[in-house]
Design a protein. Structure first.
Length: 366
């Protein structure tokens, strides 16, 4: 049975009621694993080709930076290509300003079948609570840090443009990603841009219907990503709220259920040696390295591939924001309170349906 296709078609419904009705009708028959070693469950030899394609899509994207780097180095080994590569590097380092000016989105690239396989792997889906008018800009705050942001805002795999016609999304990431040869061109085609303040401002000023998506918790939040939990790094993150106020952009809270369940992470509570080393790494390089594991290409419990666990990205109701060039801290805190209340409402509304295996409730840790 093509489980991935059935679930994806169901989850792309634009209304809450129809989504719930269709999900309830699905019956999932898991593939029976082959146990060769007492601790390793190997996948059966006979697997539907669509599931293999889903696995291939996720695996390919997981190593795309490495593949792009190897390709660039291979090309550098060909002397006749040096002039071309030199011009490319000059273009990347000093001329191309696309990451700071809205990117160069390719709708064709965002709609590739590759991304549908990528989303169907988990499967990832979108649930919208209300329409968004294309007559104003938006700032989407995404929680928690994870894969659903890519599937939802950087591709059309979950049907974002169909759900929100007239809204042009831009997922934001670290500026350092745009210094990587070839990889930068892929993410620019997906509409991904730099998360710098200048980039945010340029996008939001480009006209009504423009939107930026900021993964608010960032690298720090990834250290708190453990199955069954929803610990958000949000309380001290005020920059995205200030940007929204300065540009009169409505704030839209987004909560991704199941995001923390696709990997198992080593215990790293604050105060442990692992946590201290990870925070030190983050302070030096701007990002961190969670010590995690998932499944493998040919087995179900050892490897670096994410587990096949459902991700449901709930896009909540917008918080209207009045434009102000220099908002005071009281106004920023007022908007933040409304934002947290809306995010909490989303959690409380859907937790019993999409977070049944939770070990504790939503928590804002810092």
């Amino acid at each position: 049975m093509d489980v991935g296709k059935k679930f994806t078609n169901a989850s792309r419904s634009l209304s809450n009621s129809s989504l719930k009705d269709k999900l309830s009708k699905l019956s999932v028959t898991p593939l029976k694993p082959i146990t060769i070693h007492s601790n390793i469950e190997f996948a059966p030899a006979q697997i539907p080709w669509k599931r293999r394609m889903q696995m291939l899509a996720v695996a390919a994207w997981s190593v795309v930076i490495a593949l792009a780097t190897v390709l660039f180095l291979l090309l550098c080994s060909i002397p006749s290509l040096w002039p071309i590569l030199a011009v490319y590097q000059i273009w990347v380092m000093w001329i191309d300003q696309s990451p700071e000016h809205g990117g160069r989105t390719s709708q064709w690239f965002r709609e590739l079948a590759f991304w549908k396989y990528f989303a169907d792997y988990y499967p990832a889906s979108l649930l919208k609570e209300t329409d968004l008018s294309p007559d104003r800009p938006y700032v989407f705050g995404y929680h928690p840090h994870g894969k659903g942001a890519l599937a939802t805002f950087a591709t059309e795999a979950t049907g974002f443009s169909a759900a929100f016609p007239g809204i042009k999304p831009h997922l934001l990431t670290l500026a350092s990603n745009f210094r990587m040869p070839f990889y930068r061109d892929l993410i620019l085609a997906m509409g991904i841009c730099s998360v710098s303040k200048k980039s945010c401002s340029n996008i939001l000023k480009s006209g009504p219907g423009t939107a930026i998506t900021i993964v608010v918790g960032g690298a720090a939040e990834s250290l708190s990503a453990h199955p069954g939990t929803a610990d958000l790094t949000l309380r001290k993150r005020l920059g995205f709220i200030k940007i929204a106020i300065q540009h009169g952009a409505d704030l839209v809270p987004v909560f991704s259920f199941g995001e923390n369940d696709i990997y198992e992470q080593m215990p790293n509570q604050p105060g442990t040696t692992i946590y201290t080393l990870q925070k030190k790494f983050q302070s030096v390089f701007g990002f961190t390295l969670p010590l995690f594991h998932g499944r493998g290409l040919l087995n179900y419990n050892i490897g670096l591939m994410p587990y096949r666990r459902r991700i449901v990205v709930v896009i909540g109701k917008p918080i209207h924001v009045e434009q102000c060039d220099k908002p005071d801290i009281q106004e920023v805190m007022r908007i933040q309170k409304m934002y947290i209340e809306e995010l909490t409402r989303i959690w409380n509304t859907y937790k019993d349906e999409f977070a049944k295996a939770r070990t504790r409730e939503l928590s804002i840790i810092e």
